[in-house]
Design a protein around this ligand. Structure first.
Ligand SMILES: Cc1cc2nc3c(=O)[nH]c(=O)nc-3n(C[C@H](O)[C@H](O)[C@H](O)COP(=O)(O)OP(=O)(O)OC[C@H]3O[C@@H](n4cnc5c(N)ncnc54)[C@H](O)[C@@H]3O)c2cc1C
Length: 378
């Protein structure tokens, strides 16, 4: 895959080249094996961190790359095109660092941000619970103040990188209602914190998704991020940025499926000609290409608004909706282009189709994106 990108600087061009090189040499040789065996790619995130790819949009003063969001998202797209599970985890790492960066005190940032942004500390985002997904305000995991600590009790669900991450950006209840939720930074080894077995998922096999259980876990009170009760607005502000990450991941998956489909359509012959030369199939490929290009333009538009400091919440939801629906359609059509072999594990297109599905569900289902968009209209 080599998309001809419009990039704002030479530095951005070099970053894309670097990412493609890492994708070719580090990700591509092992992706199929790990996705089939459902094994975690130890060392891969450390390599991405060492290359500076885990903190591209964060400020340089804290060890970030200081890149515009439009550049970070295109790098993320390149990673996801090669390995969606890794792309999702990179996006979730950024999502998890956002609350500390945007709401942490100077002292908290000095303590924890450099480790996060260097990629030594991989983050996970823990908002969802078994009974609180779309309705995040219904969460019930409790944080009760006790002297110089909060005592955590309850269960969290669906944590990307659960059990493997170094820190968990946790949302827990300190009071009643939607203003009774607070944000905490939980270290992985906290006494009283344990993880469930990895979920048996349809895709994204190489990075675990687990539950977490807090059983009288004492967390130092200085790990509260922002004010007590501010948690839900912190969670939603992080998700605005995170949804753009998922849009970029979805476009990466769709681009990879399109590339495989075009290659196959120019090799396979029926009725004495390449299948790409049958107009019915050529038009299918054309629609796939149009969907990928327009989805990319949609997330870039939202990212540029973010880079300019303009409101972009509605545009982020539009980008997530458009890009993930495009990914679902394009990957399904890619399986169609392959015919019978598309339905086997001999080719990557079936994996892309499974991976595309989750992008329509997490970080707000596409029904919830429509809710956000409709509220932003009036
Ligand atoms: C692989 C994977 C990774 C995940 N990673 C994370 C993570 O790292 N951190 C985290 O916190 N969470 C994570 N999640 C959780 C994910 O964000 C939730 O699954 C998602 O938000 C949906 O919540 P739910 O599963 O409870 O579905 P529900 O909220 O029960 O929704 C069920 C259905 O009802 C629809 N629906 C609900 N409310 C409305 C409404 N008001 N209007 C219209 N339709 C509605 C939904 O769109 C959906 O189709 C992950 C999930 C998966 C599967």
């Amino acid at each position: 895959m080599s998309v001809d990108r419009l990039l704002p600087s030479d530095e951005a061009r070099e970053l894309i080249e670097l990412t493609r090189d890492i994708a070719d040499k580090v990700l591509d040789p092992i992706v199929d094996e790990h996705e089939k065996a459902e094994t975690y790619p130890e060392g891969v995130f450390a390599q991405l961190g060492a290359a500076g790819l885990l903190s591209l949009p964060q400020p340089e003063e804290w060890g970030g790359g200081g890149q515009p969001y439009e550049v970070y998202l295109q790098v993320l797209e390149e990673i996801a095109a090669r390995w969606a599970a890794v792309g999702v985890a990179v996006s979730v790492h950024s999502l998890s660092s956002h609350p500390l960066l945007a709401y942490g005190s100077e002292e908290q940032k000095q303590r924890w941000l450099p480790g996060m942004l260097s990629g030594e500390q991989i983050g996970a985002y823990s908002l969802s619970e078994p009974q609180a997904g779309s309705d995040a305000a219904a969460l019930s995991c409790k944080a009760t103040r006790d002297g110089d600590a909060y005592v955590l009790n309850g269960s969290k669900a669906w944590i990307t990188h659960g059990g493997k991450a170094d820190f968990y950006t946790l949302f827990a209840r300190t009071g009643e209602g939607s203003k009774g939720i607070s944000c905490f930074l939980v270290p992985a080894g906290l006494d009283g914190l344990s993880f469930g077995k990895p979920e048996e998922k349809m895709g994204l096999h190489a990075v675990p998704t687990t539950s977490a259980f807090y059983d009288n876990a004492r967390l130092d009170a200085d790990r509260l991020i922002g004010q007590e009760g501010q948690g839900l607005s912190i969670a939603f502000s992080a998700l605005d940025s995170g949804r753009l990450g998922i849009a970029a991941v979805a476009v990466g998956i769709a681009q990879a499926a399109l590339d495989e489909a075009v290659r196959y359509a120019n090799e396979r012959t029926t009725f004495g000609r390449k299948i790409a030369d049958h107009q019915g199939l050529g038009f299918l490929l054309a629609d796939m290409a149009a969907a990928v290009v327009s989805a990319r333009a949609t997330y870039l538009d939202a990212a540029r608004r973010r880079d300019l400091g303009l409101p972009y919440s509605t545009q982020a939801s539009v980008a997530k909706l458009i890009a993930t629906d495009a990914a679902m359609k394009v990957t399904t059509d890619a399986v169609q282009v392959f015919g019978g072999v598309g339905y086997t594990r001999d080719f990557r297109v079936e994996r892309y189709m499974r991976e595309a599905k989750i992008t329509q569900i997490f970080e707000g289902t596409n029904q919830i994106q429509r809710l956000v968009i409709s509220r932003g209209l009036g």
